[in-house]
Design a protein around this ligand. Structure first.
Ligand code: IMP
Length: 427
């Protein structure tokens, strides 16, 4: 009963959607376990090009059941729009279900996300403003409303009234804005509840049955490890864990069940939002990568910061997730570069260090120590076998493998599903 977790190894946007879309062909169950509609998973296949924010990228698979686990925060309006768009494009959504334990993003969450960002002024995190942080904060503060609560309109009304009174005090007294209307939110969310009811399940039962029958389960990560609230560049992080461990907590699967953890790395680095990024480039190579790879946020459209592959951060990511294999994506983006650099260490206050500092002011002072490799300057998008890659590209992959201490099993060379090199079979 293989359970494989697909995890972002950098700052998100590593191309997890494409990998999940591919692996979902062989999976019976695909489960999202963290984040919310801050995620943007681009999938290009026979149905067209989709930018999914909530529905698992496995939705295109003929046989896979897709779940949103308890660890996801759900904006019902976004989810319902996404389902409608998929249905319009002929995608079967009858095998899609959501956990009754998942928390809801409420209108005050999105409002507060924006207000908090503005209050941070020069120290803004650069959130997606989708209400993710405030929703997860309410979850742990025991002020959240869960998907299952929508199934009992009386109890939902009581809970909303109690929470909204508190939220309206914050909105009016702290931020000086107008209060939100109970009736408006209540009516809208009761309608959402009616529309979502057919999808709401005790998803741990579905998972348990699948595992008992030895079925293949794929845990679909969102965001990337360096945005983890504990191990990422805190406070410039997201608010739920994108790491493999959350694959258990955000679904209700025992840690003993996970058999493989696939770390997804881009062949270079990108980051969107604030916070340190040691190998960031500000030169024409950054522009070249951004334009060639269209490195603009899927959710917000913001230009992504681009830089060389950071092996220090990547090794850290491998260690704390326990990756059993790696996928290197977007190798084709590097096809035109005459030389490539890899950050193999940092210089911090005149000393060489080989670890990823927990303190962001220290990380911001880190200057990368680079190793230079020759580029291959040949197209790779049509290559499907590892041994057909140019020698310099294979050398680059081998060096990444050594530096991150993890074997590379998949290499992606383009956006389409078939543009992938399977070095070793996965799943
Ligand atoms: P939030 O998750 O919207 O609160 O944003 C917090 C930080 O995580 C910001 O720097 C965002 O740009 C970043 N972030 C959130 N989701 C993603 C993602 O899917 N890809 C890349 N960055 C993300």
């Amino acid at each position: 009963m293989p359970v494989i977790a697909v995890i972002g190894a950098q700052w998100g946007d590593e191309g997890k959607g494409k990998i999940v879309d591919l692996l979902a062909e062989k999976a019976h169950l695909v489960v999202r376990f963290s984040g919310g509609d801050n995620a943007g998973h681009t999938v290009v296949n026979d149905y067209g090009e989709f930018k999914l924010h909530l529905v698992p990228s496995g939705i295109f698979s003929r046989q896979a059941v897709c779940l949103l686990g308890n660890g996801v925060v759900i904006n019902p309006a976004v989810l319902l729009d996404e389902l409608e768009l998929l249905q319009k494009n002929g995608v079967d959504t009858s095998k899609f279900f959501i956990s009754d334990r998942a928390h809801l993003i409420m209108p005050y969450h999105t409002l507060l996300d924006g207000l908090e960002e503005e209050a941070r002024a020069g120290k803004a995190i650069g959130t997606t403003r989708k209400g993710i942080g405030p929703a997860f904060a309410d979850k742990v503060a025991r002020l959240g409303i869960r998907v299952g609560d929508l199934l009992d309109s009386v109890a939902f009304g009581e809970r909303l009234r109690f929470i909204l009174e508190y939220k309206n005090t914050v909105l009016t007294k702290v931020y000086g804005t107008s209060p939100l209307s109970f009736a408006e939110i209540y009516n809208t969310y009761c309608q959402f509840g009616e529309r979502l009811a057919p999808y709401i399940r005790e998803t741990t039962v579905i998972l348990e049955e699948a595992l008992a029958q030895g079925k293949k389960v794929l845990l679909e990560g969102a965001q990337g490890t360096l945005l983890d609230p504990d191990f990422g560049t805190y406070p410039y992080t997201t608010s739920s864990s994108p790491m493999a461990g959350e694959g258990c907590l955000g679904t209700g699967i025992s840690p003993l069940r996970i058999s493989q953890i696939l770390g997804v790395f881009k062949g270079y680095c990108t980051r969107v939002g604030g916070g340190p990024m040691p190998t960031e480039l500000q030169d024409e190579t950054a522009v070249l990568i951004r334009e060639r790879a269209h490195e603009y946020g899927t959710t917000t459209g913001r230009p992504r910061r681009c830089g060389w592959f950071d092996a220090v951060a990547s090794r850290f990511s491998t260690r704390i997730n326990g990756f059993t294999a790696a996928a290197i994506t977007r190798l084709d983006v590097l096809d035109i570069l005459p030389k490539l650099k890899i950050g193999v260490g940092y210089e911090l206050d005149g000393q060489r260090i080989d670890y990823f500092p927990s303190n962001i002011t220290a990380l911001a002072r880190c200057k990368p120590i680079y190793e230079e490799l020759p580029g291959w300057q040949a197209p790779t998008s049509d290559i499907r076998r590892y041994d057909e890659l140019p020698a310099e590209a294979r050398k680059y992959i081998k060096r990444l493998e050594e530096l991150i201490s993890c074997p590379v099993h998949l290499i992606s060379v383009g956006a389409r599903r078939e543009q992938i090199i399977e070095v070793e079979p996965v799943l």
